[in-house]
Write a new protein. Structure first.
Length: 263
């Protein structure tokens, strides 16, 4: 029995530890740790898909049936491929497959219209009512990874805030973004954890407002020669707090360019 219990603990522990490390990394960077962790997991998934996943007929079919990636993740895939392989080959294949699917839908619609005796007005109405099977990014697999990562890491964060050491680090950080603060207010059961997050957010908002005002003051010609301080990055940090960090590869050192051949 002891051996069985030990095995179960070992099976559960690694995901929690990895989540904790990712959250701490996001906090250390001064970002919303959930946004950072979610983007990192999603980026890793896209990298894996481009490296070997798309070579699987089942994975490729699922990708095509979902309409490919959404706008954000398609451009992310393009950036990752440029950083890691500098060839654009995988994205080109995926685009070809998606365009072929759309071309088939267009041909079906053209045949339907050509074979009918309806008036032009009725044809237009029919075309508007028709649901086109191919909808780009409608079931983006990367979006699903992002959603599931969000849920898992938010649950982990709620648990971690009961730990005094982690809580101390969190209270000295920039905390969560507005979107994730609203999410935890609706879903977390720990009132203490919610209160901690909101207290950190209150301090962050006050600090950002002060720094934004200082940023604006130093744009006045009378004070423009004053040395620049942390207020100079406050607009970017304010945007990150309001809607999440900008989409860039910096900070994802585990996916730096490798320029290795794909399988």
């Amino acid at each position: 029995m002891r051996k069985l219990l030990s095995t179960r603990r070992t099976a559960k522990r690694p995901p929690f530890v990895l989540a904790k490390i990712a959250l701490q990394e996001g906090l250390a960077r001064g970002e919303c740790p959930i946004c950072f962790s979610s983007r990192k997991a999603t980026r890793r998934y896209i990298h894996s898909f481009l490296y070997e996943g798309m070579m699987s007929s089942l994975a490729r079919q699922e990708f095509l049936e979902g309409g490919g990636f959404c706008r954000e993740h398609f451009w992310e895939a393009k950036n990752i491929e440029r950083e890691c392989w500098a060839d654009g080959f995988g994205v080109a294949i995926l685009c070809e497959n998606l365009l072929e699917a759309f071309a088939q839908d267009l041909e079906k619609l053209r045949n339907t219209i050509a074979g009918s005796n309806m008036s032009f007005l009725k044809i237009r109405r029919t075309a508007k009512r028709r649901e086109v099977p191919f909808t780009p990014g409608s079931k983006c697999l990367a979006c699903e990874i992002a959603r599931s990562t969000d849920q898992r890491y938010l649950a982990t964060l709620e648990e971690l805030l009961a730990d005094s050491n982690f809580r101390e680090g969190f209270e000295q950080s920039a905390g969560l973004c507005v979107g994730h603060i609203q999410t935890i207010s609706e879903h977390w059961t720990s009132e203490t954890a919610v209160e901690i997050v909101k207290c950190v957010a209150t301090n962050q908002v006050r600090k950002l407002i002060d720094q934004l005002r200082e940023f604006q003051r130093k744009h006045d010609y009378r004070y423009k020669n004053e040395p620049r301080g942390p207020e100079w990055s406050s607009p970017e940090r304010a945007i990150g707090f309001l809607v999440g960090p900008k989409q860039e590869s910096e900070g994802f050192e585990d996916l730096v360019p490798t320029y290795r051949r794909r399988r």
